[in-house]
Design a protein around this ligand. Structure first.
Ligand code: CMC
Length: 428
């Protein structure tokens, strides 16, 4: 597979390592034999230069602002596809035929109900619990309810648990919301689309019919597409690492949800909207720009910057367009959007942001749309988790099916005390 080689000169020894070529993107130096050959590890906190796996799902060119799922550009998928189609694509590698999509959609729809006893889990949480706290707990608990699909060595089990996770996530997220506002849970309704059903379970009440607004359903579906997968990000790597030990997929997804919750990752959309609301009016923008640039101030412009994109995040472009569509459909005017547009313009023309290649990411505009649709900020990350479940499940399946897969076990540069003798407490 590898013709090119890299030489590593360690003074006393020189070692040669194969260079592997992917279909797109940088080549990788295969250092799997480094420790055995040299007794040395590599040091790469945050994995800024480390490819942890081989994957055929998603490709990002951060310099050019390109995102492809199985080769298809995100802009085309967001414009012309549906979340169910993208889920099929990520899971199976190819776009479905009309019959295949119908079958898949039908299967997912018929898995949307949750075990009735799972409802009681919700009662154990405080009403003001963060939806992500509930999601972590409830998704982890799924493995206690669906024993019949936790044998990860059985491809049929893997398929069923994948379908269950994708199908039940909207129900679980909607229930977390309903619980927080003290309204009864609404069961799924099979006549609705995946996204329409989620909107009804979230905003509907048993006392009256819920009418799905097509423009909102489309915008929500698009937001799900934009969040479906994103290569080896922190939560996906967490899912893979948890799964590498053979843990069941429900437990792995709970691990992914926990990682996604952080403000540097999935929590950024909540933080971005909070920040925009705090800024309030355009005349206060400059003050926050100065704060973001101040080394002694921990404040960062939320929704700005990305580990991989050193150009405009292609998802942010679609998001900005979607804000306008939703506002038009709902006849909403939100001054926060104006503030966001002006903040973006000021930041993009500022040397600090230009030099560090900091551009708006997917989260800069998503909160504005979600808020217009009616979601409280605490639900934003739960929606991200719902959509990203597709990517987590697809990546987890890819990993389990890979014969090269072994348990993930990074090494370290130890800087603690060297060996010393225990001192009895009375002598300390
Ligand atoms: N505002 C101000 N300065 C920033 C920002 C920001 N949003 N992001 C990075 N910087 C500066 C940072 O201070 C550092 O400066 P210096 O080189 O002088 O120390 C430099 O840019 C590089 O930053 P970094 O933290 O080393 O870069 P990273 O690749 O490790 O971090 C990031 C990427 C996304 C964590 C970071 O840009 C950030 O904290 N952004 C705000 C949070 C956010 O919007 N996260 C959503 C990410 S997209 C959704 C997802 O995939 O989950």
């Amino acid at each position: 597979m590898a013709n090119k080689q890299a030489n590593l000169d360690l003074g006393e020894t020189e070692q040669t390592f194969p260079i592997l070529e992917g279909s797109c993107g940088p080549d990788v130096v295969d250092i799997r034999k480094l420790y055995g050959a040299t007794g040395k590890f590599t040091y790469d906190p945050g994995y800024k230069s480390t490819a942890s796996c081989e994957s055929a799902l998603t490709f990002i060119d951060g310099e050019e602002g390109v995102l492809l799922h199985r080769g298809y550009p995100i802009g085309q998928l967001a414009e012309s596809s549906s979340f169910m189609e993208v889920a099929y694509l990520l899971l199976n590698g190819e776009l479905p035929s009309a019959d295949e999509l119908d079958d898949f959609d039908n299967t997912i729809t018929r898995h949307t109900m949750v075990h009735d006893q799972l409802r009681q889990f919700y009662q154990g949480f405080r009403r003001d619990a963060h939806p992500m706290a509930i999601m972590c707990g409830v998704v982890g608990a799924l493995s206690a309810f669906y024993h019949d699909s936790t044998d990860i060595s059985d491809p049929e089990h893997r398929k069923i648990s994948s379908h269950r996770l994708i199908a039940k996530m909207p129900t679980i997220a909607a229930m977390a919301y309903k619980y927080s506002i003290g309204q009864p849970f609404l069961p799924p309704q099979n006549s609705l689309s995946y996204t329409g059903n989620f909107l009804r379970m979230t905003f509907g009440v048993p006392a009256e019919e819920y009418e799905v607004i097509p423009a909102v359903e489309k915008a929500m579906d698009r937001i799900f597409i934009l969040h479906a997968d994103h290569e080896q990000n922190a939560s996906t790597s967490t899912v893979r690492l948890a799964g590498s030990s053979g843990a069941n997929p429900f437990a792995c997804m709970a691990a992914g949800i926990a990682c996604l919750w952080g403000p540097a990752h999935g929590g950024a959309n909540e933080a971005a909207l909070n920040m925009l609301q705090e800024i309030g009016t355009p005349d206060r923008i400059q003050h926050y720009i100065e704060r973001a640039k101040d080394k002694n101030d921990p404040f960062r412009l939320m929704g700005f910057g990305h580990r991989v994109y050193k150009n405009y995040d292609p998802r942010a472009t679609v998001m900005q367009k979607t804000v306008r569509e939703v506002f038009e459909a709902l006849n909403v005017k939100d001054p926060v959007f104006e503030t966001a547009l002006q903040l973006e313009e000021i930041a993009l023309n500022d040397d600090y942001f230009a030099e560090k290649k900091l551009f708006p990411n997917v989260d800069f505009y998503s909160g504005i749309i979600l808020s217009a649709i009616g979601f409280p900020t605490t639900m934003f990350t739960a929606l991200f988790a719902l959509a990203r479940t597709v990517g987590w499940v697809a990546q987890w399946n890819e990993m389990i099916s890979d014969p090269a897969q072994v348990i993930g076990r990074p090494r370290q540069l130890y800087t603690g005390p060297t060996q010393r003798d225990y001192v009895p407490i009375e002598q300390r």
